[in-house]
Ligand binder design. Structure first.
Ligand code: SF4
Ligand code: FES
Length: 407
């Protein structure tokens, strides 16, 4: 157990930091897929270092006590943990709304039932494309057909529970989101993709433009869309929102590189979220380990309350004191908090710089030049199929690198 430290022992300012709202639990970095847009770090947490069932249980209990509301199970592929049922049960017992973010590989109808009985509230499955060949090419794995099968099982499961088997399940509803990560290689199929997903009847479709961290940043040239692709996509989403209104909600935002202002990454540094990586490091965001000069506490040594309130890493970019101009005197600083610290570092090597995605940033030229390059060549490439993953890696080496797995 970590050492207990009184969270109120800091200054008034520290003690008055509002509680975090949600926990992002990266329960493993192992994954059967190799998506080229993966935002996991290039250096993945090793299997042997993963937190145990008991350690995660303590994390969920502390999260509940800290007033958090949600636990997002992610990875890697959370289903690769054989104790996922116990982990969901522990989070649910701590009063957290549980969301499983998954590729679906490793799930079947009976495991799904077990997870729901343990307290799973929401499931999010991501698709790489509507066309099987392209989807498998982007994921570096033959996963598409299974995802479709599983999505149908989720729908059947809902019908069974809602209409037939209410007693057994307590009538609890499993919410279902389908996530589409879009980029240069699949945006031209967006209309097809939305129509395809509509058949799976989720409550919500999330259209997430690739964010350029980790593997996605390494593969940016192959993933950054052209302006023409983006403009077409915006019109397609607007039409789909109108058509599906009242039936399926669509959430989509313009990608960073084409926006006028940056995103409020993680809702602001140390303001809303805590991310715990597979080996127990507590991070303000998924990419924070790229930042130099910061060390991150581990749940094996410190309590979540202390880390949230007192740790130098969570306090580093909280508030406005660290901000340079133009952020310091900009009206939008309380909305986007100066953008993303990791993106600022990755693109400028200065973690305190204004996010270069901002049109007001002195370093905005870096983003403009990436966009110019993206618009200077033909948009998408034809999918490649291969007899094995190694073969696929070889055949696509000139285009991108697939995410690999930790030792
Ligand atoms: Fe946001 Fe800073 Fe740009 Fe203003 S100058 S919009 S605060 S990133
Ligand atoms: Fe780290 Fe945005 S990913 S602050």
């Amino acid at each position: 157990m970590p050492q207990e430290t009184n969270p109120q022992s800091g200054s008034l300012q520290r003690a008055s930091v509002p509680n975090p709202l949600a926990l992002i639990a990266e329960v493993t970095h192992r994954c059967p897929l190799h998506c080229v847009y993966c935002s996991n770090p290039l250096e993945l947490a090793g299997t042997k270092a993963e937190l145990s069932t008991g350690e995660w249980t303590s994390v969920f209990q502390q999260s509940g006590k800290l007033g958090m509301l949600h636990a997002h199970f992610t990875g890697g592929e959370p289903l690769a943990r054989t104790d996922l049922t116990e982990l969901i049960a522990a989070a649910s017992a701590a009063g957290l709304y549980t969301n499983l973010i998954t590729s679906g590989i490793g799930l079947n109808e009976s495991r799904l039932q077990t997870l729901v009985s343990a307290g799973l509230d929401h499931i999010q499955i991501s698709f790489q494309d509507s066309r099987e060949e392209a989807a498998n090419w982007i994921a570096g794995a033959k996963a598409h057909a299974h995802k479709i099968e599983l999505s149908r099982a989720i729908r059947r499961h809902k019908v069974d529970r809602n209409e037939i088997d209410e007693k057994k399940t307590g009538g609890k509803n499993l919410a279902f989101t389908v996530n589409l990560v879009v980029h240069r290689q699949n945006l031209d199929h967006l209309e097809d993709m939305i129509a395809f997903i509509e058949q799976l009847s989720p409550e919500r479709i999330e259209i997430a433009h690739t964010q350029y961290y980790g593997w996605a940043l390494a593969n940016r040239a192959a993933l950054l869309p052209t302006r023409a692709q983006l403009e077409k996509a915006v019109a397609i989403v607007a039409a789909a929102e109108k058509r599906l209104a009242g039936r399926i909600r669509i959430d989509s935002v313009v990608p960073d590189y084409y926006a006028k202002y940056p995103k409020a990454c993680m809702g602001g540094w140390g303001r809303r979220l805590m991310l715990i990586n597979p080996s127990g490091k507590v991070l303000p965001c998924h990419a924070a380990e790229v930042l130099p000069g910061l060390s991150f506490e581990n749940v094996r040594e410190k309590t979540l309350a202390w880390i949230w309130q007192e740790s130098p890493s969570f306090r580093r970019f909280r508030g406005e004191d660290w901000m340079p101009e133009p952020c310091r005197s900009c009206d939008r600083r309380t909305e986007d908090f100066g953008g993303c610290r990791c993106q600022a570092f990755l693109l400028t090597t200065d973690a305190t710089a204004t996010d270069p995605a901002c049109s007001l940033a002195p370093s905005h030229g870096i983003v403009e030049s990436a966009v110019r390059e993206a618009n200077a060549s033909a948009a998408s490439t034809r999918p490649i199929a291969a007899s094995s993953f190694v073969q696929l890696q070889k055949q696509t080496a000139g285009l991108w690198s697939y995410r690999t797995n930790p030792e």
